[in-house]
Design a protein around this ligand. Structure first.
Ligand code: GUN
Length: 294
């Protein structure tokens, strides 16, 4: 058996198209142009690539994009002052501070300063707590993308066994909450879990988000499982560009899984598309409009 490849590129493009349609509608009917501000501190090359892609796709969807690049040695006070300005700027409905931040800055202090209504990363404790409580919240983009990709295979995941490997604030923990909201049965595992292979063997849905290249092996999987690989690991290749690999041994998994996301071309594509969704939702909520149809 060869697994079906879940094409994140196609699914993300379709989602971006639906966001663009809704943006056009709120611009026409409500004279509201959703705006996203992205803050990049320092010049980490991977972060620069992400930020550029966010800028391009935000504009392509018909939204306003505001980019703020600050030097790596910016003071916490200056960064907090910028966030305060964005919190009060009526053109800005979403604020994203690209992570990771330089070690000199205290990430928690920075995240806590973002207006929860504009927190399109869903990282503010207000949103994280609302999500964990089962209340409406802005939720982190990568986990939202994982759910959409899963639903491209299974219309309903109610009652299915899911395992989430990884417990980061940005992916693992919120993904667990979104899966619970979908009535899945969720196992939370991580790099210290004992006998991961045995835990995976029970799972209909496997979410790998540990950041360890090809850690999940093909023979760990239940035959027919749906595998969502969140890992983006850069493996150095002498004399060439680094190779991107996921947290799952893709070639091995192909023979066992029912469906699997590739790296690249899987989850990564969905994250920015879901950021556009969150920005549109935030803009509508701030202006008291009904939730958009995406
Ligand atoms: N760095 C990698 N992914 C993300 C993300 O989704 N949000 C932020 N803020 N930083 C990231």
């Amino acid at each position: 058996m060869t697994a079906r490849i879940i094409d994140g590129k196609v699914i993300a493009a379709e989602l971006r198209g639906r966001v663009a349609d809704e943006v056009a509608r709120v611009r026409r009917d409500h004279q509201l142009t959703p705006g996203l501000a992205v803050v990049l501190v320092g010049n980490d090359p991977a972060s620069e690539v992400y930020v550029r892609s966010k800028h391009t796709q935000t504009q392509a969807a018909g939204m306003a994009s505001f980019e703020h690049k600050l030097p790596a040695d910016v003071s916490e006070g200056d960064l907090l002052a910028l966030i305060a300005r964005l919190n009060h700027d009526p053109r800005v409905h979403g604020i994203l501070v690209q992570l990771p931040l330089p070690k000199t800055l205290h990430t928690e202090t920075i995240i806590n300063a973002i207006d929860p209504a504009k927190d399109v990363d869903g990282l503010h404790p207000n949103n994280a707590g609302r999500l964990a409580g089962g209340f409406a919240a802005l939720s982190p983009c990568t986990p939202l993308g994982c759910i959409i990709l899963t639903k491209s295979v299974h219309a309903s995941i109610e009652g299915m066994n899911a395992i989430v490997i990884g417990r980061s604030n940005l992916v693992g923990r919120p993904l667990v909450q979104l899966l619970l909201n979908e009535n899945a049965t969720v196992t939370i595992a991580h790099s210290r879990s004992r006998d991961l292979a045995k835990l995976c063997a029970q799972a209909d849905l496997v979410y790998a988000a540990v950041g360890r290249p090809e850690m999940v092996r093909g023979d760990w999987l239940k035959p027919g499982a749906t595998v969502i690989d969140v890992g983006i690991n850069r493996i150095p290749v002498p004399g060439a560009k680094p190779k991107l690999v996921g947290d799952v041994a893709f070639q091995e998994a192909l023979d066992v899984a029912g469906a699997i996301t590739p790296v690249p071309g899987g989850v990564g594509q969905m994250t920015v598309a879901c950021l556009l969704v969150n920005t549109l939702r935030a803009a509508c909520a701030i202006h008291g409009l009904p939730a958009p149809a995406v």
